[in-house]
Design a protein around this ligand. Structure first.
Ligand code: UD1
Length: 430
């Protein structure tokens, strides 16, 4: 089993370069199947989620050529199947973006139905509502969603909940429909905008991404393009909270500060000093973190994907903080692990009460999910003694070279595989 072993106590100091946004990359990779011409994607993060999606696409005939670690050429001119197996969906939910992409291009897609996951039940009724509104038939058979259409027609659609995934999936299908589709109450996340920009660079006509209403005029054909993915606001925010929790001084580079506004605002409330540059943000924490309240909301609200990182930081604040999680019902599980490190936490439904303690102590903890895992690493870096984080395959889904980036900032964190290497490293780091 692969684990991280972390010795806490060192403030993180220095600069860290942020990679391309994983969640944008997933939509962009899927959308690149919508043209027979070659698409070049730059600033692609080398993380497990994007690699599994590329593998799923290769499985149906897509050619994937690695130019370098962060650049890939994709050619979907010889797709021979429109069916994505459960094995891929199991590894990565976002393979369901191939539903919208294949439906748009081929008017047919079969993708295994994703189940719930560790952070919540995650229904996809809004995706299905959108496909149906475009005139597609949607059936469920043997655990697969099968969607077909003779042609996709334009529609006026109002989403009942703000959903990133449904906005992206239906936007992709509508990009190759007849006429102009209007989607209201859509998600405004930066990666929704990035995927819309990518589609437009392939010749689609998507307007309004980043606002509540997106208008899509369908086109019969999309063409090849070269596109660079936006920086990952969640990776950036993770390092910013790591700076706060370890009383460090970290500059995240290659970021779009506008996308980090909610995070910057909360870090300021905690008492951190923030300096913004054109494409970098510096966070300086001198300790004495203050307590605050936070509620997760769709963008531009505070991201649910940053809630655990903020939670572990608040565990070291002075006073009582309240977190309300309004997006995913199971997203407080990491607090049980954090309690084992000495945090004073209480969860009541969608609200967590965190009473700050003056120190955390290292322990064996389980990553549980992607962001919870990253947050527990932050806790380990701020704690006294040694922390071992198990199940780091979750963390590798979304963070490239996480341990190396932490080490470059002065943190003590290493990946170990097996008991022997664990005890060797444990002896070395003391
Ligand atoms: C995306 C992100 C994920 C992030 C989340 C919220 C990707 C690949 N993943 O997930 O990292 O945590 O946005 O910012 O970009 N819902 C429904 N019906 C639906 C769809 C969603 O009720 O058909 C509900 C969900 O249960 C949830 C809320 O809507 O409560 C938001 O979910 P959604 O925005 O769809 O999240 P994802 O796209 O799955």
């Amino acid at each position: 089993m692969d684990r991280y072993i972390i010795k806490g106590g060192n403030p993180l100091v220095g600069e860290v370069e942020i990679g391309g946004a994983k969640n944008a990359a997933l939509g962009i990779i899927a959308a690149s199947i919508m043209t027979d011409e070659t698409v070049t994607i730059e600033n692609l993060p080398d993380v497990n989620d994007t690699n599994v999606l590329l593998e799923a696409m290769q499985g149906i005939g897509v050619r994937v050529m690695r130019v370098d670690r962060h650049t890939v050429k994709i050619n979907a001119g010889k797709v021979f199947s429109h069916c994505i197996e459960y094995d891929y969906i199991k590894k990565i939910r976002a393979s369901y973006y191939l539903l919208g992409a294949l439906l748009g291009k081929y008017k047919h897609a079969e993708v295994a139905l994703p189940g719930g996951c560790k952070i919540g039940s995650r229904p996809i009724d809004q995706h299905i509502k959108g496909f149906k509104a475009l005139g597609a038939k949607v059936n469920l058979s043997h655990g697969n969603i099968i969607t077909t259409a003779d042609h996709l027609r334009s529609t006026h659609l109002y989403f009942d909940v703000v959903s990133v995934g449904a906005t992206i999936n239906v936007m992709m299908a509508a990009a190759m429909s007849d006429g102009t589709t209007v989607m209201e109450n859509v998600a405004k996340e930066p990666h929704v905008v990035d995927i819309a920009n990518f589609l437009n660079s392939m010749g689609a006509r998507v307007r309004g991404a980043g606002t509540n209403v997106i208008r899509i005029t369908g086109v019969p054909k999309l063409h090849g393009t070269t596109y660079s993915i936006i920086p990952d606001q969640i990776e950036a925010g993770t390092f910013m909270f790591a700076a706060a929790a370890t009383q460090g001084d970290v500059t995240v580079t290659n970021v779009i500060p506008k996308h980090l506004e909610a995070t910057i605002y909360k870090l300021t409330e905690l008492g951190c000093e923030i300096e913004e540059f054109d494409d970098a943000v510096r966070v300086v924490s001198k300790g004495n973190l203050k307590a605050t309240t936070v509620k997760t909301l769709p963008y531009p609200g505070f991201p649910t994907d940053m809630q655990p990182q903020m939670g572990v930081t608040l565990a070291l604040g002075s006073g009582t903080s309240l977190i309300t999680e309004s997006i995913f019902e199971n997203r407080f599980k990491y607090l049980d692990e954090l309690a084992r490190m000495g945090a004073d936490v209480k969860v009541d439904g969608t609200t967590a009460t965190i009473r700050g303690v003056d120190h955390l102590s290292g322990a064996n903890v389980n990553a549980l999910d992607l962001r919870a895992g990253a947050a527990l690493c932050i806790a380990g870096l701020a704690a006294d003694g040694v922390t071992i984080v198990d199940d780091i395959h979750y963390i590798k889904r979304g963070y490239e070279d996480f341990d190396k980036k932490i080490r470059d900032l002065g943190g003590i964190m290493e990946e170990v595989s097996g008991e022997e290497s664990l005890s060797k490293v444990r002896k070395r780091i003391g």
